[in-house]
Design a protein around this ligand. Structure first.
Ligand code: BGC
Length: 434
């Protein structure tokens, strides 16, 4: 092996979220946010990648790329367009998709909630209202009853800290509130939802009889934790150090305790019926960047490499965050998201290389890596203007074109690592922007 080569034992896949790829006007919270004119480039999530219609083509592309794993989401508003209603056609759609993935030899992990609520749930106060917890659990039961024989691994909730901070503290995402008290309520209620969903999924799958499709795999449930490194801007300034520590605790540490262990520590609020325990079967870590802190909020280290959204590229952080979780509970780790906004695809291969190398050289039990994301897609507030995909989408024609980084990903999956020849072809000529 050359100097730049390395091997890895984790399997490689890609991650996505229903709202970001499917398209459709479903009256959900992000359809509503678009209607309020809140998407920066004016793009409409009803368009996205039209994946709901083009899923066969997309699964074929994933198979061709050699993906071993795929993290996909279901759209709650599609499955339950009104309170108490269930759309059987939507569930049949997801069954077909899961069967196609199985035929393609791609192992699915299913996300139940990824930022988007049905309009009717939002109108009742969403996760800010504890009376709504049973509504989420009813949805979980509907999904597991319909799809539980085809998928054994679940992410209950994606990035509760990001969802609550952007929607309820900064007010940039739906529902656009700015209240610390509400933010803490949302995280606490979501943690209760996770714990209860964890138990529900295990109970339901263990009592499901084998169907003709079988019940593949052991049930595994987690939540996807958005993690970053919080570093003081000036490492010897006590104020910077304390602010970094407090931010890390509030944004990450307290959230992990509640979701992993059912331990609601300050500033979260404990629901009386949740008992401490272990409520995850693996760690699901979403990692993108480091925040450099001198005061409450977010900052970028001067002179650091950045992506096209100005986020610092800090590969070492991926192992630091995974290690933080492993220390809390020694369990297998899946990197359920990692990727970058690189609109021209000029440094994505290097980004992947650097992050995978850090993971491969760590002593942590990293079992899977899901790149965010397979296709360019609707990037929330940034709409269609921020490209994270291994596959380019022409939104007008919906033509899919595998990028150079997609070819790189295919080659390293085939090789089980990065050979010197692959490095020379795809990575050597790439440099980050500063
Ligand atoms: C989210 C994704 C998002 C990605 C890039 C993650 O925090 O889960 O939905 O597209 O970051 O911003």
């Amino acid at each position: 092996m050359g100097n730049d080569a390395f091997r890895f034992s984790m399997s490689l896949g890609a991650a996505s979220a229903a709202t970001q790829i499917e398209g459709g006007s479903l009256g959900h919270s992000w359809n509503g946010w678009y209607e309020k004119g809140r998407i920066h480039d004016g793009s409409d999530p009803a368009r996205a990648d039209d994946h709901y219609a083009r899923w066969r083509e997309d699964v074929a592309l994933m198979k061709d790329m050699g993906l071993q794993d795929y993290r996909l989401g279901v759209e709650w508003a599609r499955i339950q367009p009104a309170e108490g209603q269930v759309d059987g056609a939507a569930l049949r759609h997801y069954r077909r998709l899961l069967l196609a993935l199985r035929e393609a030899g791609i192992r699915p992990v299913l996300t139940l909630h990824h930022f988007t609520n049905p309009g009717w749930f939002e109108a009742k106060g969403g996760f800010a209202n504890k009376e709504n917890i049973p509504l989420f659990l009813r949805f979980v039961r509907v999904v597991v009853r319909a799809l539980g024989d085809l998928v054994s691994e679940y992410i209950t909730i994606n990035e509760p800290n990001v969802y609550a901070t952007f929607g309820y503290l900064y007010g940039d995402w739906p529902p656009g509130h700015k209240s610390l008290a509400e933010t803490l309520r949302v995280i606490s209620n979501m943690a209760a939802c996770h714990v209860l969903a964890y138990k529900t999924i295990h109970r339901m799958r263990s009592s499901m009889s084998k169907t003709s499709c079988g019940l593949p795999g052991e049930t595994r449930v987690s939540f996807a934790h958005h993690m970053r490194v919080f570093a003081p801007e000036d490492p010897v300034n006590p104020l910077h150090r304390i602010t970094a520590r407090v931010t890390r605790w509030a944004f990450q540490g307290a959230v992990a305790q509640a979701f992993l262990f059912g331990k609601f520590m300050a500033p979260l609020q404990k629901p009386f019926y949740i008992k401490p325990g272990l409520y995850c079967d693996f760690h699901a870590v979403n990692y993108y960047t480091r925040s450099t802190i001198s005061r409450p909020g977010d900052g970028v280290r001067a002179g650091a490499p950045v992506n096209d959204l100005g986020w610092e590229i800090y590969p070492e952080g991926i192992a630091q965050c995974a290690a933080d979780m492993f220390i809390l509970a020694p369990m297998p780790i899946y990197i359920t998201e990692n990727g970058t906004c690189d609109n021209e695809d000029t440094f994505r291969a290097r980004y992947i290389y650097d992050h995978l190398k850090v993971l491969a050289e760590s002593n942590l039990p990293i079992k899977r890596y899901y790149h965010w994301c397979f296709c360019d897609n609707f990037e929330w507030l940034e709409g269609e203007s921020a490209r994270f995909g291994l596959v380019h989408i022409d939104y007008d024609t919906q033509k899919r074109t595998v990028k150079k980084s997609g070819d790189f990903y295919k080659k390293i999956i085939e090789a089980g690592g990065v050979t010197q020849a692959i490095y020379d072809e795809f990575v050597a000529g790439q440099a980050y922007h500063y």
